[in-house]
Design a protein around this ligand. Structure first.
Ligand SMILES: NC(=O)c1ccc[n+]([C@@H]2O[C@H](COP(=O)([O-])OP(=O)(O)OC[C@H]3O[C@@H](n4cnc5c(N)ncnc54)[C@H](O)[C@@H]3O)[C@@H](O)[C@H]2O)c1
Length: 246
């Protein structure tokens, strides 16, 4: 069965993605700075190191690139994973002529105050911080590698995949349920993105059911066959805050 390389495999998005790929019968190879539980194969190392990336990509058929500094930070922190690491991973994917590359982007690519349409469209972008700028850079690099090198690339604007109990309590307080992406829905969307046929380049939003109020989920449905199933706090992957439990 096909080998899917997942960078950032040990993270909050990476783990449910690896689990869903495993359920679908793929051989899952993780690449992360820290060990990833439950994958078939793994490389532990830094994506800013070209040798590590070259080693990890050998024999892979498809790539899901999640490894990143996942929130805004000083540019010196973003530079290694989100700029140099992205470049290393995309170049290796091009040289290996992978069948599909799926990139983690973010809803932050379109800063909230600058969302002109509701639901927000995939052709809108207006980053509000340096992290979001690196995600727009990822989208544009994907588009360029598709245009110039015939690599098939899907950039996924991930909503809020709540990572841990502290973030869950925050979500519960702020009630921004239209931003919610469950771990289960994320796993299914990324697996659909590996399997979708006939795509040169696409940008899609990834959110759970209530996300349709804020983001245009139609491209993900039409191109990937993904429809969300969960509403907060379903599919969280760990126990929700006490006040949401019945
Ligand atoms: N969780 C969300 O709500 C959310 C929203 C939008 C976008 N994203 C994006 O999704 C991706 C995954 O985010 P997450 O929430 O799982 O974050 P996370 O911090 O839980 O996981 C990121 C993983 O990447 C690994 N990593 C970081 N830098 C690395 C490097 N240089 N080399 C190798 N591994 C490295 C970390 O060890 C970690 O396991 C990121 O690209 C992030 O920007 C996440």
């Amino acid at each position: 069965m096909a080998i899917v390389l997942v960078t950032g495999s040990a993270g909050a998005v990476g783990q449910p993605v690896c689990q869903e790929l495993g359920r679908r019968g793929y051989t899952v190879r993780g690449l992360d700075r820290v060990p990833t539980p439950g994958v078939d194969e793994q490389v532990v190392g830094d994506i800013a190191n070209t040798d590590v990336v070259q080693q990890a990509i050998q024999g892979a058929d498809a790539l899901i690139h999640l490894a990143a500094q996942p929130v805004d930070a000083d540019f010196s922190v973003l530079l290694g994973p989100n700029v140099i690491g992205l470049y290393n991973v995309m170049n290796a994917a091009r040289e290996a002529a992978l069948r599909r590359v799926v990139l983690a982007s973010s809803i932050q690519v379109l800063w909230r105050a600058h969302r002109k349409s509701r639901p927000a469209r995939v052709d809108e972008a207006a980053p509000g911080n340096h992290y979001a700028l690196t995600k727009l850079w990822a989208e544009e690099m994907g588009a360029m590698y598709s245009r110039r090198y015939d690599l098939s690339v899907i950039a996924v604007r991930i909503a809020w995949l709540v990572r841990n109990p502290d973030e869950a309590a925050h979500m519960q307080r702020c009630q921004r349920f239209e931003l919610y992406l469950s771990a289960n829905d994320a796993g299914r969307l990324f697996a659909c993105a590996v399997e979708a046929e006939g795509i040169d380049f696409a940008v899609v939003y990834a959110a759970s059911v209530d996300g349709a109020r804020a983001f245009d989920l139609e491209p993900a449905r039409r191109l990937l066959g993904y429809t969300p199933r969960d509403r907060w706090p379903d599919g969280l992957g760990f126990d929700p805050p006490a006040e949401t439990q019945s």
